[in-house]
Write a protein that binds this ligand. Structure first.
Ligand SMILES: N[C@@H](CCC(=O)N[C@@H](CS)C(=O)NCC(=O)O)C(=O)O
Length: 214
């Protein structure tokens, strides 16, 4: 099977990088440089008109959206147990993945690109402030879910990877999540995982490569 992951440093495409690594999958990464607009180039738009990552290409067929990509990885590599075995728990995990991508991610995007939401002059700070307020509410919910737990379920699953990215991005934007001690512990636990260490080293190598080419 030929697996290609379109990826960009810092972005939510790091979530499937982590799960593909956890699954022991043999995959090729094609890194896009957002700073030079590679994701909006005519070549990439042909591959993904949504101009987003992640995008997975399996034997020439493309799959977009984290929830679908994570589900595919979990189904294709069942031995990695990337979703819980119990059907109800499995759907709870899909619910968490959807929450990361549809509930948390859009508020992170507002902080990153407030002008995509509102182009009225002088509103940028207000958009960021409101997004931060919503995010704090969402991280409180995650903190409650993670109380006295190492992971969202009884072992590492795909939502842990996606939530790790959400928390990392929020921290990069300067949100103070230190009061959410269970989220903080989850972040630290995730950072220690070999798959995440591998991802962080890979991310650095791609960033260095992009910087050299600039
Ligand atoms: N709902 C999508 C969101 C993907 C997404 O927004 N990716 C961002 C990076 S974190 C992106 O590629 N943005 C580029 C753009 O919107 O042009 C998913 O969960 O896969």
């Amino acid at each position: 099977m030929d697996i290609v992951l379109y990826y960009a440093p810092i972005t939510c495409s790091l979530a499937p990088y982590i799960t593909l690594t956890e699954a022991g999958a043999d995959f090729e990464v094609r890194a896009l440089n957002f700073a030079t607009g590679q994701h909006t180039s005519p070549e990439y738009l042909k591959v993904n008109p949504k101009h987003k990552v992640p995008l997975l290409i399996v034997d020439g067929k493309s799959l977009s959206e984290n929830v679908a990509i994570q589900s595919w990885i979990a189904r294709t590599f069942p031995q990695a147990k990337l979703l819980p075995a119990d059907p109800w728990q499995e759907l709870q995990a899909i619910s968490l993945l959807s929450w990361c991508s549809g509930g948390i991610h859009p508020f992170l995007t507002r902080i990153n690109s407030p002008l995509r939401v509102c182009d009225v002059a002088g509103t940028e700070d207000s958009v960021k402030k409101l997004a931060t307020k919503s995010l704090m509410e969402l991280f409180k919910i995650a903190d409650d879910l993670l109380t006295d737990r190492q992971f969202f379920f009884d072992h590492f699953t795909a939502p842990d990877a996606h939530f790790f990215w959400c928390q990392r991005r929020a921290r990069q934007f300067g949100l103070d999540l230190s009061g959410f001690t269970h989220c903080v512990a989850h972040f630290e636990r995730m950072t220690r995982r070999p798959s995440v260490q591998k991802l962080l080293a890979f991310e650095k190598s791609v960033q260095d490569q992009f910087a050299k080419a600039a």
